[in-house]
Write a protein that binds this ligand. Structure first.
Ligand code: SF4
Ligand code: SF4
Length: 121
């Protein structure tokens, strides 16, 4: 937000904010390639039951039901918050770098380390 959308302010301050906002927009729009996070959710269409849970719970309105009748997540729009992943009743969504098997393996490793520390005390 900038200008009067931000809060009531004098015109010179609004103009300065508008120029800064335009500068930031140009920086994004002029880039040939944009890098995004690799932590994004991906749907396994074979498991999706089209229950709409992810569509309703995503705070960024990213998941949609596509022409094939299953959920689809545009990875460039996903913020990687993981809410849809945890809410999906069919476990059809996995968050890249935080897949179930990865989280379970990390948790087991942590518990093993903790157990070893306790045993050595
Ligand atoms: S929550 Fe899971 S099962 Fe339901 S529409 Fe989304 S991906 Fe499909
Ligand atoms: S990970 Fe978060 S932002 Fe991405 S689709 Fe799921 S709920 Fe939306």
């Amino acid at each position: 937000m900038c200008g009067a959308c931000h809060y009531p302010k004098f015109i010179d301050e609004s103009v300065a904010q508008a120029q800064a906002t335009a500068g930031r927009a140009v920086r994004i729009l002029s880039a040939d390639v944009m890098e995004i996070s690799g932590v994004v959710s991906v749907v396994d269409p074979d498991k999706c039951a089209a229950c709409l849970t992810c569509v309703r719970t995503c705070p960024y309105d990213v998941p949609v039901i596509n022409d094939d009748g299953v959920a689809e997540i545009e990875t460039a729009m996903c913020h990687g918050c993981g809410i849809c992943t945890s809410e999906c009743p069919a476990k059809a969504i996995q968050l890249m770098h935080y897949k179930d098997v990865q989280v379970i393996a990390k948790t087991r490793a942590l518990l093993n380390e903790t157990n070893e520390l306790v045993a050595n005390e």
